[in-house]
Design a protein around this ligand. Structure first.
Ligand SMILES: [Zn+2]
Ligand SMILES: [Zn+2]
Length: 373
């Protein structure tokens, strides 16, 4: 089963000609889940291999515009292309439902599909001090619901401050909070373990040829051999195959909560908005620098780290170009500085490190230990 992460927008703050605003798609055998949806994401989507009608879930890390302003447009684009009739689930912080309702109601936008908003209950400790000076009502109770809207739900965290969003036969999704200027979340998507390999030789010795019974054993059922022996799955199955774990984090200057559920992830997607020499400014704006994320990735034991959400001050320049381009003015800095910072941070540790760029596709492998690139 293939699991791919497709970067549709890798820039911070606003979309530029070179980098779209935040948007990542997780593709699992044709089903697509969108993580964040900054302005212009629908255009990026149309330029990519992602089919709009396959989008079944959308996760919004926080309500800043560069992660959210594209959502109403994306929903309308999916609808206008008549691409989808099945419902779409949308997860994100409290206030998300009000935003969607207001945008779609005021623009009188009807959709061809229904949607359900599942809001993550925001805790008091997620609110920065200055949020209390400008109080905004995140409740949607006073707004009339949209005609395509299913009843919304509110997801509370458990006593360990972990939000459980979703679970099906193969996968579950959880979230933890991040430190940012407004409540922000990281999503952890984890596949359930697969049954181990069947010992075909052993089964053959017991007189059981390949057939539907193999499936029964893999699904955990006991079977009886022609000689009357009862065979339990654990007698003929190898150890379970570990599922893949992907972490996609929103904006953050402190992601230590991820240590609770992000350990040993196969892929960590995290912002590194500014380079290490701008640490103070990054912290002030609630963002991370490469060395902070490198440290986190090592603490998590991540196999593969992809940095994204780069300040638009960093140009998409080839690595051959100098970090300070001579011909293009002092503000034009290559994103290479971010790469240099992260490589320095992870050192010789066995972790694959890359910078995201728009339309980059990353295959999530079960074993992804590799060399820095
Ligand atoms: Zn952002
Ligand atoms: Zn933000």
């Amino acid at each position: 089963m293939s699991l791919k992460v497709i970067f549709l927008g890798t820039g911070a703050a606003y979309p530029s000609p070179h980098r779209g605003a935040s948007c990542v798609v997780l593709q699992n055998d044709g089903d697509s889940w969108v993580f964040d949806c900054g302005e212009g994401s629908q255009t990026q989507l149309m330029k990519s291999c992602v089919k709009p009608g396959k989008i079944s879930k959308i996760f919004i890390s926080h309500l800043h515009g560069d992660h959210l302003f594209g959502l109403p447009g994306l929903l309308c684009t999916i609808s206008m292309n008549n691409a989808r009739k099945a419902p779409v689930e949308i997860y994100g912080p409290e206030g998300l439902c009000k935003y969607i309702r207001t945008c779609l109601n005021l623009s009188r936008s009807l959709l061809e599909f229904n949607f359900t908003v599942c809001e993550l209950k925001v805790l008091e400790n997620q609110l920065a001090e200055d949020l209390k000076d400008w109080v905004v009502d995140h409740s949607s109770l006073s707004e009339k619901s949209h005609p395509n809207e299913n009843p919304k739900s509110l997801i509370y965290p458990d006593s360990n401050q972990i939000w459980s969003l979703f679970e099906n036969e193969t996968t579950f999704v959880k979230a933890v909070s991040l430190k940012h200027r407004i409540p922000s979340f990281a999503f952890v998507i984890e596949e359930k373990p697969l049954p181990g390999k069947l010992n075909a030789q052993l089964l053959s010795n017991k007189g059981i040829p390949p057939g539907p019974v193999y499936k029964e054993l893999k699904s955990g059922m006991k079977i009886t051999s022609p000689s009357g022996e009862v065979i339990c799955p654990e007698d003929v199955l190898g150890p379970p195959i570990k599922g893949r774990k992907v972490v996609i984090a929103g904006d953050s200057c402190d992601s230590k909560e991820l240590l609770k559920i992000g350990q040993n992830c196969h892929l960590l997607v995290h912002e590194a908005t500014l380079s290490d020499d701008m640490f103070e400014q990054a912290l002030q704006n609630g963002h991370s620098t490469p060395s902070q994320v490198g440290q986190l990735a090592l603490e998590l034991g991540a196999s593969h780290l992809v940095l994204t959400h780069f300040s638009q001050r960093y140009q998409v320049l080839s690595p051959e170009e100098s970090t300070q381009s001579k011909n293009s003015g002092k503000d034009k800095i290559s994103v290479k500085v971010i790469l240099e910072d992260i490589l320095k941070s992870v050192g010789d540790n066995l972790i694959k490190v890359e910078l995201a760029e728009d339309f980059k596709v990353v295959d999530v492998k079960r074993q992804d230990f590799g060399q820095n690139v």
